[in-house]
Design a protein around this ligand. Structure first.
Ligand code: ADP
Length: 460
């Protein structure tokens, strides 16, 4: 096992990785921007290196500085976390060329799955169902012809896509014509790659993803699903496991397909196969994420597997020490992503000083957060303040526990998305386990009303 690793990230995920390292007796080097010098991940690490000023581009994305930080501290391996360079095949290659171990899949695997149109073709080869759609579109005429065949509505997607960028739906040819230019331009400016493909736009799907783990000895297992249907602008806000819509038989099929795909691409490390689950029970491959995900704690709680520990062991060449039949699922887990955003003002971000922070506790509550009282949330990075994760014996208990945990949380000085989360958790459609990815569009007004009523009651 490694003696020392470099964690190329910040915030809660840097802390999350370091916590497992401590348990395994691995020393951790933190990197940080000048703006993050008072951050918890810097205080928590055994050593830290400042890699640049404020913006991500001049710090957490600055490859020569990150490599230099690993060199001067004598780290043996590099963990990228999520976001930043986690799915950058070029960075993974540079890490390896400089003699460090990359804690993640091989660069070629990242590259082949990072191109979403190519990944669709690979999934189809592995026998995994894909959403009806196309490969890379050469022109708007080709898009129009394909849409006529598939049937409207359709969704244009950036092949280099991520974070919902370069994605546009169209209900007819006219809309498609306009969306094509907008989506291509958006993709070009976000990823330097304007290539688009097209998919049938499913009316009311759920987002259901399968966690997998693979080692370098050919062992691949899946750890069940997470339901991430509660989204805003294609960004996840609440995740839960198990999915209220997935039976053991469906789980086994979706899991076996995820394992087949991972096996075909010679996958190593933790990864996630994302599917859309349609109302009729059919599911379709969407993409594969080649990193640890924000919502990984819900799976950890159901299975008892520390996913970061497995990433470290696999990167060190160890075989997985359990098999598919050893994986069991206990109870229900839910995660809420608490962001520094004001849901009553269109989720307007509100960085600033946290005057008072109190994390919820008690039975079945886990909080992954880099916050402390007096910490200033910088405006340069993402707005995640904390991930609150709860576990209950069943979904009803987990929901009640999450409401209780959110209620007792204190984040003074910054706006939070908690009022939104409370409105979702107490909404009958969510409580009945019926929410799809259209939940916000369909029930946004009711959620706003619930937030308003709650704030009135609190003031009274
Ligand atoms: P990104 O990589 O940009 O996050 P994804 O391909 O993962 O994009 O899709 C993000 C979200 O967009 C999904 O979780 C789902 O809500 C929605 N979505 C994507 N493809 C479709 C589709 N074909 N039909 C309906 N919704 C879709």
């Amino acid at each position: 096992m490694f003696k020392k690793i470099l964690v190329c990230n910040r915030g809660e995920i840097a802390l999350r990785i370091m916590r497992t390292c401590k348990e395994l007796g691995i020393e951790c080097v933190a990197v940080h921007a000048e703006a993050d010098r008072h951050s918890l991940h810097v205080k928590y690490a055994d050593e830290s290196v400042c890699v640049g000023k404020t913006t991500s581009a001049e710090s957490y994305l600055k490859v020569p500085n990150l490599i230099a930080a690993a060199e001067i501290t004598g780290a043996e391996a590099i963990h990228p976390g999520y976001g930043f360079l986690a799915e950058n095949a070029g960075f993974a290659e540079t890490v390896i060329e400089n003699g460090f171990v990359w804690i993640g899949p091989q660069p070629d695997t990242i590259r082949s799955l990072g191109d979403k149109a190519a990944a669709r073709a690979t999934a189809a080869t592995a026998g995994v169902p894909i959403v009806p759609g196309t490969g890379i579109l050469a022109s708007v005429e080709e898009a129009l012809a394909a849409a006529d065949e598939i049937g409207y509505p359709v969704l244009l997607k950036a092949s280099a896509g991520g974070g919902g960028k370069g994605m546009r739906s169209a209900a007819n040819g006219e809309e498609l014509q306009r969306a094509f230019t907008t989506a291509a331009n958006e993709a070009k400016s976000a990823f330097g790659d304007g290539r688009l493909y097209l998919e049938k736009y499913l009316a009311r799907p759920r987002h259901v993803e399968i966690q997998i783990l693979a080692d370098s000895h050919g062992n691949v297992v899946h750890l069940g699903e997470r339901d991430c249907s509660i989204q805003r602008r294609h960004q996840k806000l609440v995740e839960e496991a198990p999915s209220p819509a997935v039976s053991p038989a469906l789980r086994a099929r979706m899991g076996a397909d995820a394992v087949a795909l991972a096996t075909l691409v010679n996958y190593r490390s933790a990864g996630t196969v994302e599917y859309l689950l349609d109302e009729d029970g059919s599911y379709y491959f969407m993409e594969m994420n080649t990193r640890i995900q924000v919502e990984h704690p819900v799976t950890e709680w159901l299975t008892g597997v520390d996913l970061v520990r497995e990433q470290l062991l696999v990167a060190a060449g160890e075989p997985l020490d359990f098999r598919q039949e050893d994986v069991t699922f206990t109870g229900c887990a839910i995660e809420c992503r608490v962001n520094a955003e004001d849901p009553s003002r269109g989720f307007l971000p509100g960085p600033g000083k946290v005057r008072d922070f109190h994390a919820p506790g008690g039975l079945g509550v886990r909080v992954d957060s880099h916050l402390y009282t007096g910490y200033t949330v910088p405006p340069y990075y993402d707005s995640l303040l904390a991930k609150i994760i709860v576990h209950g014996r069943d979904r009803t208990e987990a929901i009640a526990r999450m409401v209780r945990a959110l209620d007792e949380s204190v984040f003074e000085g910054v706006p939070t998305s908690i009022p939104f989360h409370l409105a979702v958790l107490t909404h009958p459609v969510f409580q009945e386990g019926q929410a799809t990815t259209r939940f916000l569009e369909e029930h946004g007004a009711e959620l706003l009303e619930a937030m308003h009523v709650r704030s009135q009651t609190e003031q009274a």
